[in-house]
Design a protein around this ligand. Structure first.
Ligand SMILES: Cc1ncc(COP(=O)(O)O)c(C=O)c1O
Length: 303
């Protein structure tokens, strides 16, 4: 019998909140008169890492003990975090995975971790996956997963509850920086962060996917979560390095060097692109002298 998930059960997982905020002394910023702060959301919880805690906690509380069904690709950080949450809170979880062909192959380490945490994996074709928000397709997926009463959490975990969960991240940073920067996948984290910062600082998003479609997504998420636009945010679309999950050799070298300089593990798919963007922007003179930039470290490398 699943335990009821409540705010108390989540608090029992003892998240480290507010997450630490540390200055990183880095000549590439110092020479332009800019301070770099690292907002260590990667230290919030060992298994619900970074923005996963902020986005999932309100959804897990809302699940009230029901099955949680969600979506992701074969290496999804979000699927792993949801599976871990299921194990920690005694909730049944279902992961709908993009790529029917994966069902016939050995599980990769990320999906194997999900399965070990008790997540039921349902592999669907790319065409079904694309149509996953269509009500008939979703109903068929829920039936096939024997999870018709499930709380459905969208891909990347970004819904109104998740966006509201990320507001606290902005509040924790308010007054500490002139600009807060975050890597964007679905952009739920940025939508909440910008709202939490309100008038106190600007927010910069670095999309890791090619395509330039996030502006509309952010507006839609903020409207769903708050009833309208919030905060001063912008995107710089130049730092996707070829697209989602592409880590070219120069980015890999950059990330390894950053880890050496600062002793901070750098997740490659999102965080490396964010930090590379900030170093490039500093070199371009994009940040005013005397300003403070906070980089949100939203994740940790998966071993
Ligand atoms: C480590 C990490 N950083 C950033 C993001 C982007 O978050 P969002 O999808 O809210 O834009 C993700 C997405 O899941 C992530 O795993």
């Amino acid at each position: 019998m699943a335990r009821m998930t409540s705010s108390d059960a989540l608090a029992g997982l003892r998240p480290r909140l507010p997450s630490p905020l540390k200055e990183a002394v880095d000549a590439r910023f110092e020479r332009h008169g800019v301070r770099l702060l690292l907002k260590r959301d990667d230290l919030v919880h060992p298994e619900l890492v970074g923005n996963k805690w902020r986005k999932l906690a309100p959804n897990l509380a809302a699940a009230g003990g029901r099955t949680v069904l969600t979506f992701g690709g074969a290496y999804s950080n979000h699927l792993r975090a949801t599976a871990a949450a299921g194990r920690l809170l005694g909730l049944r979880t279902v992961g709908v995975v993009r790529g029917e062909e994966l069902a016939d192959r050995p599980l990769n380490p990320s999906l194997a971790r999900c399965a070990a945490d008790g997540m039921r994996l349902c592999f669907v074709t790319r065409s079904v996956y694309r149509r996953k928000t269509d009500p008939d397709t979703l109903a068929a997926v829920l039936r096939a997963a024997d999870a018709e009463d499930a709380l459905v959490v969208p891909e990347g975990g970004s819904n109104a509850a998740a966006v509201r969960g990320c507001v606290e991240l902005g509040r924790e940073l308010a007054g500490a920086a002139d600009l807060a920067a975050v890597a964007c996948g679905t952009s739920g984290t940025l939508a909440g962060l910008a709202a939490g910062l309100a008038g106190s600082a600007r927010t910069l998003g670095i999309p890791v996917l090619k395509g330039g479609f996030l502006t509309g997504e952010i507006r839609a998420l903020q409207t769903e979560a708050f009833g309208g636009p919030r905060g001063a945010w912008s995107l710089d679309e130049r730092f996707h390095h070829g697209g989602y999950a592409r880590v070219p050799a120069d980015l890999e070298a950059f990330a390894a060097d950053f880890e050496q300089r600062h002793g901070v593990p750098v997740e490659r798919i999102y965080v490396a692109k964010l930090l590379h963007a900030l170093v490039t922007l500093a070199a371009e003179g994009a940040f005013p002298r005397g300003s403070t930039v906070a980089a949100v470290i939203t994740g940790r490398p998966f071993p």
